[in-house]
Design a protein around this ligand. Structure first.
Ligand SMILES: Nc1nc2c(c(=O)[nH]1)N[C@H]1C(S)=C(S)[C@@H](COP(=O)(O)O)O[C@H]1N2
Ligand SMILES: [Mo]
Length: 369
């Protein structure tokens, strides 16, 4: 046997359920989930890179919705992509494997498409599972490869477009009781997408908590809210001498916790909406951020900092969000003093904002005019 004989051949895939009819339909569904995932991913990127594209400071649940859709459509894409690859598998082995410039370009673009799509789904899923098996910082790589994937999808659709009409009308293969039925495979793909979305949706939609058996973040942390990064992990301890510094044009003003408690308090019902897709609503009470700044009208942006050395130990608040009455330096959560894991003594909470930017354990507010 020659080594070349070990390379699969199209004839090795006898089932007639595979092929254009199924590939086209699963491909359409995949096109919808993947494009939705891409667009909501862009929204998340714009939130985390302010200045690229102006985003509104409301509704309060905006990011919870868009990021919930991002993670859900990504997860639903996994069974769809699996069935799509299953359906087109014989085509990868058409002979000659290599040859013809145009054909090689087309095969190359499909390879890029498959590799980038699998990469996005795998890294996204690992990130949601907080299993950082990859050795790189997730967001910029996931973002860059998303453009590769969406570009490759565009090329793929353009190349396949002339065939779509014929594939759509492709006649039913002759009945064979021993063979799979392509309609059943298509239904299975759809069912798979709905099921995986459903069992992971409990941390996004409270009504689905009962069926959301794989919704890892719907469990309660202290004060009824999951914890993303604990105080121990961040190296933060409760400090009896804690105080807040507001740095503004070279002038430092400090507030003790008692000072903050003595200021007029405002409460707001706002979600923590994590990039991992889960969200949890709570009633927050504290000092509107703008009340801590003299002449907030003249502020360009504010950076809040914590002693946490991690990547989410600080965040920037733009002018619009700063001036929103519900943008708080929160001291209380659901009627109690903040738990240390939720940012005691003070944390930022603001409407329509990724959880990653809701900085806990704030000690410094830096004002830029
Ligand atoms: N200082 C600090 N604040 C932080 C983080 C962090 O790592 N360090 N993680 C953020 C992320 S990613 C999320 S989702 C929220 C979660 O808030 P919670 O732990 O109170 O639910 O906190 C944010 N605030
Ligand atoms: Mo997060």
């Amino acid at each position: 046997m020659k080594p070349a004989d070990l390379i699969p051949r199209p004839e090795w895939y006898p089932t007639r359920a595979r092929g254009g009819w199924l590939s086209l339909r699963v491909g359409l569904w995949l096109g919808v989930t993947f494009t939705t995932c891409f667009l909501t991913g862009l929204i998340s990127h714009f939130h985390q890179h302010p200045g690229l594209f102006p985003l509104p400071d409301g509704p309060a649940w905006g990011y919870a919705l868009s990021q919930g859709i991002h993670v859900t459509t990504g997860i639903a894409s996994i069974p769809l992509l699996a069935v799509k690859l299953w359906s087109v598998a014989p085509r990868f082995w058409h002979r000659p494997l290599v040859g013809g410039v145009l054909r090689m370009l087309e095969r190359g673009s499909v390879l890029v498409l498959v590799a980038s799509a699998v990469f996005e789904l795998v890294t996204g899923l690992l990130n949601v599972a907080e299993w950082y098996a990859f050795g790189f910082f997730f967001p910029p790589v996931h973002y860059a490869v998303a453009w590769v994937a969406i570009g490759a999808i565009g090329v793929h659709i353009a190349v396949q477009l002339p065939k779509v009409r014929a594939l759509w009308a492709e006649p039913e293969p002759p009945a064979d009781a021993t063979d799979l039925n392509r309609r059943d495979v298509l239904r299975l793909a759809g069912l798979g997408a709905v099921v995986v979305a459903g069992v992971t949706a409990g941390d996004k939609i409270p009504l689905l908590r009962q069926v959301g058996v794989l919704s890892q973040r719907s469990g309660n942390g202290p004060q009824g809210l999951p914890v993303n990064r604990s105080a121990v992990a961040a190296g933060v301890v409760a400090d009896p001498d804690w105080h807040l510094s507001v740095l503004d044009q070279g002038v430092e003003r400090t507030f003790s916790l008692a000072d903050l408690r003595a200021l007029p308090q405002h409460s707001a019902l706002l979600p923590i909406a994590c990039v991992e897709g889960w969200n949890a609503w709570a009633s927050w009470e504290g000092v509107p951020l703008r009340d801590l700044i003299d002449d907030p009208g003249g502020v360009a942006q504010v950076t809040v900092r914590s002693p946490d050395p991690g990547g989410y130990g600080a965040s920037t608040v733009n002018k619009q969000t700063l001036n929103h009455p519900d943008t708080l330096l929160a001291l209380r959560l659901n009627g109690e003093q903040l738990a240390l894991d939720h940012g005691y003594p003070a944390r930022l909470i603001a409407p329509n904002r990724p959880g990653a930017l809701q900085t806990k354990w704030v000690t410094v507010i830096e004002v830029r005019r």
